[in-house]
Ligand binder design. Structure first.
Ligand code: SAH
Length: 219
Protein backbone atom coordinates (compact mmCIF):
# COMPACT_ATOMS: atom_id res chain seq x y z
CA UNK A 1 0.00 0.00 0.00
CA UNK A 2 1.27 3.48 -0.85
CA UNK A 3 2.36 5.69 2.07
CA UNK A 4 0.14 8.66 2.83
CA UNK A 5 1.41 11.97 1.48
CA UNK A 6 3.26 13.93 4.21
CA UNK A 7 0.53 16.58 4.18
CA UNK A 8 -2.21 14.19 5.19
CA UNK A 9 0.00 12.73 7.92
CA UNK A 10 0.69 16.23 9.19
CA UNK A 11 -3.04 17.01 9.24
CA UNK A 12 -3.69 13.80 11.13
CA UNK A 13 -1.05 14.73 13.72
CA UNK A 14 -2.50 18.23 14.15
CA UNK A 15 -5.98 16.76 14.60
CA UNK A 16 -4.73 14.34 17.23
CA UNK A 17 -2.99 17.17 19.10
CA UNK A 18 -6.26 19.13 19.14
CA UNK A 19 -8.14 16.08 20.35
CA UNK A 20 -5.58 15.66 23.12
CA UNK A 21 -6.37 19.19 24.30
CA UNK A 22 -3.80 21.41 22.61
CA UNK A 23 -5.70 24.58 21.73
CA UNK A 24 -3.13 27.36 21.42
CA UNK A 25 -3.23 28.53 17.80
CA UNK A 26 0.38 29.76 17.74
CA UNK A 27 1.65 26.39 18.97
CA UNK A 28 -0.38 24.42 16.40
CA UNK A 29 0.70 26.80 13.65
CA UNK A 30 4.38 26.42 14.62
CA UNK A 31 4.07 22.63 14.46
CA UNK A 32 2.34 22.88 11.10
CA UNK A 33 5.12 25.09 9.69
CA UNK A 34 8.04 22.98 10.96
CA UNK A 35 8.91 19.82 8.98
CA UNK A 36 9.58 17.24 11.71
CA UNK A 37 11.00 14.86 9.08
CA UNK A 38 13.99 17.20 8.79
CA UNK A 39 14.81 16.61 12.48
CA UNK A 40 14.53 12.83 12.35
CA UNK A 41 17.19 10.53 10.93
CA UNK A 42 18.51 6.99 11.06
CA UNK A 43 15.65 5.33 9.16
CA UNK A 44 12.87 6.75 11.35
CA UNK A 45 11.92 9.39 8.79
CA UNK A 46 8.73 7.54 7.82
CA UNK A 47 7.53 7.88 11.43
CA UNK A 48 8.30 11.58 11.70
CA UNK A 49 4.63 12.65 11.69
CA UNK A 50 3.55 10.01 14.21
CA UNK A 51 2.81 11.28 17.69
CA UNK A 52 5.73 9.51 19.31
CA UNK A 53 9.26 10.15 20.53
CA UNK A 54 12.01 8.80 18.23
CA UNK A 55 15.69 8.00 18.73
CA UNK A 56 18.31 10.48 17.48
CA UNK A 57 22.12 10.34 17.54
CA UNK A 58 24.15 9.99 20.77
CA UNK A 59 21.47 7.80 22.39
CA UNK A 60 19.10 10.77 22.81
CA UNK A 61 15.50 11.29 21.65
CA UNK A 62 13.37 13.80 19.82
CA UNK A 63 10.35 14.35 22.06
CA UNK A 64 6.83 13.24 21.24
CA UNK A 65 4.96 16.00 19.34
CA UNK A 66 2.21 16.07 21.98
CA UNK A 67 4.78 16.80 24.69
CA UNK A 68 6.48 19.45 22.52
CA UNK A 69 3.07 21.05 21.96
CA UNK A 70 2.07 20.83 25.62
CA UNK A 71 5.35 22.34 26.84
CA UNK A 72 5.20 25.10 24.21
CA UNK A 73 1.59 25.97 25.03
CA UNK A 74 2.29 25.89 28.78
CA UNK A 75 4.99 28.55 28.38
CA UNK A 76 2.40 31.13 27.19
CA UNK A 77 4.89 32.60 24.72
CA UNK A 78 4.65 35.79 22.74
CA UNK A 79 6.94 37.59 20.33
CA UNK A 80 8.63 39.59 23.09
CA UNK A 81 9.88 36.52 24.95
CA UNK A 82 13.55 35.73 25.45
CA UNK A 83 13.61 31.96 25.99
CA UNK A 84 16.24 29.57 27.33
CA UNK A 85 16.08 25.91 26.31
CA UNK A 86 18.21 23.23 27.95
CA UNK A 87 18.76 20.14 25.76
CA UNK A 88 18.77 21.14 22.07
CA UNK A 89 18.86 17.51 20.88
CA UNK A 90 17.58 17.47 17.30
CA UNK A 91 16.68 21.17 17.48
CA UNK A 92 12.98 20.50 16.86
CA UNK A 93 11.66 22.04 20.08
CA UNK A 94 13.98 25.05 19.62
CA UNK A 95 12.65 25.56 16.08
CA UNK A 96 9.04 25.46 17.34
CA UNK A 97 9.84 28.01 20.08
CA UNK A 98 11.67 30.24 17.60
CA UNK A 99 8.51 30.52 15.46
CA UNK A 100 6.71 32.21 18.36
CA UNK A 101 9.29 33.86 20.63
CA UNK A 102 11.66 36.74 19.95
CA UNK A 103 14.85 34.81 20.59
CA UNK A 104 15.74 31.32 21.77
CA UNK A 105 19.00 30.54 23.58
CA UNK A 106 19.58 26.80 23.48
CA UNK A 107 22.21 24.67 25.22
CA UNK A 108 23.32 21.13 24.34
CA UNK A 109 26.13 19.05 25.86
CA UNK A 110 26.87 17.11 22.63
CA UNK A 111 28.78 19.14 20.06
CA UNK A 112 27.76 16.77 17.23
CA UNK A 113 24.04 17.09 18.00
CA UNK A 114 24.37 20.86 18.07
CA UNK A 115 26.15 20.91 14.70
CA UNK A 116 23.26 18.96 13.14
CA UNK A 117 20.66 21.15 14.82
CA UNK A 118 22.37 24.30 13.54
CA UNK A 119 22.42 22.89 10.02
CA UNK A 120 18.63 22.38 10.27
CA UNK A 121 18.05 25.93 11.55
CA UNK A 122 20.01 27.27 8.56
CA UNK A 123 18.07 25.12 6.14
CA UNK A 124 14.79 26.43 7.55
CA UNK A 125 16.17 30.00 7.57
CA UNK A 126 15.50 30.32 11.30
CA UNK A 127 17.84 33.07 12.50
CA UNK A 128 16.63 33.82 16.05
CA UNK A 129 18.22 30.81 17.78
CA UNK A 130 21.50 31.27 19.68
CA UNK A 131 23.25 27.91 20.29
CA UNK A 132 25.82 26.98 22.91
CA UNK A 133 27.62 23.73 23.71
CA UNK A 134 27.87 23.59 27.50
CA UNK A 135 26.39 22.08 30.66
CA UNK A 136 22.90 23.53 30.58
CA UNK A 137 22.23 22.69 34.21
CA UNK A 138 24.06 25.89 35.09
CA UNK A 139 21.93 27.99 32.75
CA UNK A 140 23.43 30.86 30.76
CA UNK A 141 24.56 33.51 33.22
CA UNK A 142 25.76 36.01 30.61
CA UNK A 143 22.34 36.07 28.92
CA UNK A 144 20.15 35.84 32.03
CA UNK A 145 17.49 36.70 33.01
CA UNK A 146 15.00 34.98 30.71
CA UNK A 147 11.23 35.43 30.27
CA UNK A 148 10.77 31.71 29.79
CA UNK A 149 12.85 28.58 30.41
CA UNK A 150 12.19 25.09 29.05
CA UNK A 151 14.15 22.06 30.17
CA UNK A 152 13.94 19.05 27.84
CA UNK A 153 15.98 16.60 29.92
CA UNK A 154 14.90 15.34 33.34
CA UNK A 155 16.30 17.16 36.37
CA UNK A 156 16.50 15.00 39.51
CA UNK A 157 15.11 17.82 41.66
CA UNK A 158 13.76 21.34 41.24
CA UNK A 159 16.42 23.10 39.11
CA UNK A 160 17.04 26.12 41.32
CA UNK A 161 20.07 27.36 39.35
CA UNK A 162 17.74 27.77 36.36
CA UNK A 163 14.89 29.30 38.37
CA UNK A 164 17.38 31.94 39.55
CA UNK A 165 17.79 32.96 35.89
CA UNK A 166 14.03 33.42 35.38
CA UNK A 167 12.60 36.98 35.39
CA UNK A 168 9.85 37.97 37.81
CA UNK A 169 6.61 37.15 35.99
CA UNK A 170 8.42 34.37 34.12
CA UNK A 171 7.48 30.75 33.48
CA UNK A 172 9.67 27.64 33.47
CA UNK A 173 8.57 24.15 32.35
CA UNK A 174 10.71 21.15 33.29
CA UNK A 175 10.49 17.39 33.78
CA UNK A 176 11.51 16.70 37.38
CA UNK A 177 12.36 13.37 38.94
CA UNK A 178 15.18 10.86 39.18
CA UNK A 179 13.22 7.85 37.91
CA UNK A 180 12.21 6.69 34.45
CA UNK A 181 8.91 8.56 34.75
CA UNK A 182 9.03 12.19 35.82
CA UNK A 183 6.56 14.92 36.69
CA UNK A 184 6.31 17.72 34.15
CA UNK A 185 6.20 20.86 36.28
CA UNK A 186 5.30 24.42 35.39
CA UNK A 187 6.96 26.97 37.67
CA UNK A 188 5.66 30.54 37.74
CA UNK A 189 7.65 33.33 39.39
CA UNK A 190 5.53 36.25 40.54
CA UNK A 191 6.62 39.89 40.54
CA UNK A 192 7.95 39.50 44.12
CA UNK A 193 10.08 36.54 43.05
CA UNK A 194 7.84 33.98 44.78
CA UNK A 195 7.75 30.66 42.88
CA UNK A 196 4.63 28.49 42.58
CA UNK A 197 4.49 25.13 40.89
CA UNK A 198 1.90 22.92 39.24
CA UNK A 199 2.14 19.43 37.80
CA UNK A 200 1.02 19.24 34.16
CA UNK A 201 1.39 15.53 33.47
CA UNK A 202 3.84 12.64 33.69
CA UNK A 203 6.61 12.26 31.12
CA UNK A 204 9.65 10.19 30.21
CA UNK A 205 12.70 12.27 29.37
CA UNK A 206 16.37 11.32 29.15
CA UNK A 207 18.26 12.58 32.23
CA UNK A 208 19.95 15.94 32.50
CA UNK A 209 23.62 15.02 32.82
CA UNK A 210 26.51 16.99 34.19
CA UNK A 211 29.30 18.46 32.10
CA UNK A 212 29.92 18.68 28.36
CA UNK A 213 29.93 15.28 26.60
CA UNK A 214 33.22 13.84 25.43
CA UNK A 215 33.15 12.37 21.93
CA UNK A 216 33.34 8.78 23.20
CA UNK A 217 30.49 9.37 25.64
CA UNK A 218 27.55 7.76 23.86
CA UNK A 219 24.90 7.77 26.57
N1 SAH B 1 14.57 19.21 22.79
C1 SAH B 1 15.08 18.07 22.04
C2 SAH B 1 14.97 16.77 22.77
C3 SAH B 1 15.99 16.68 23.79
S1 SAH B 1 16.54 15.13 24.38
C4 SAH B 1 14.44 17.94 20.69
O1 SAH B 1 13.49 18.69 20.39
O2 SAH B 1 14.90 17.13 19.91
C5 SAH B 1 17.50 15.79 25.71
C6 SAH B 1 18.77 16.47 25.29
O3 SAH B 1 19.31 17.06 26.46
C7 SAH B 1 19.82 15.51 24.76
O4 SAH B 1 20.26 15.92 23.51
C8 SAH B 1 20.93 15.58 25.81
O5 SAH B 1 22.23 15.43 25.26
C9 SAH B 1 20.71 16.96 26.37
N2 SAH B 1 21.29 17.18 27.71
C10 SAH B 1 21.30 16.34 28.78
N3 SAH B 1 21.92 16.91 29.82
C11 SAH B 1 22.30 18.16 29.41
C12 SAH B 1 23.00 19.23 30.03
N4 SAH B 1 23.41 19.18 31.29
N5 SAH B 1 23.23 20.34 29.29
C13 SAH B 1 22.82 20.44 28.02
N6 SAH B 1 22.16 19.45 27.37
C14 SAH B 1 21.89 18.33 28.06
Amino acid sequence: MAQDAPDSRKIRLLMSLRRAGISDAATLRAIERTPRDLFVSGGFEDQSWDDRALPIECGQTISQPYIVALMTESLKLDDRCKVLEIGTGSGYQAAILARIARRVYTIERYRSLMAEAERRFRELKITNIVPRVADGGKGWTEQAPFDRIIVTAAAPFRPDALLDQLKPGGIMVAPVGAGEVQRLIRYQKDEEGEVSEEELTQVRFVPLREGVARSEDRR
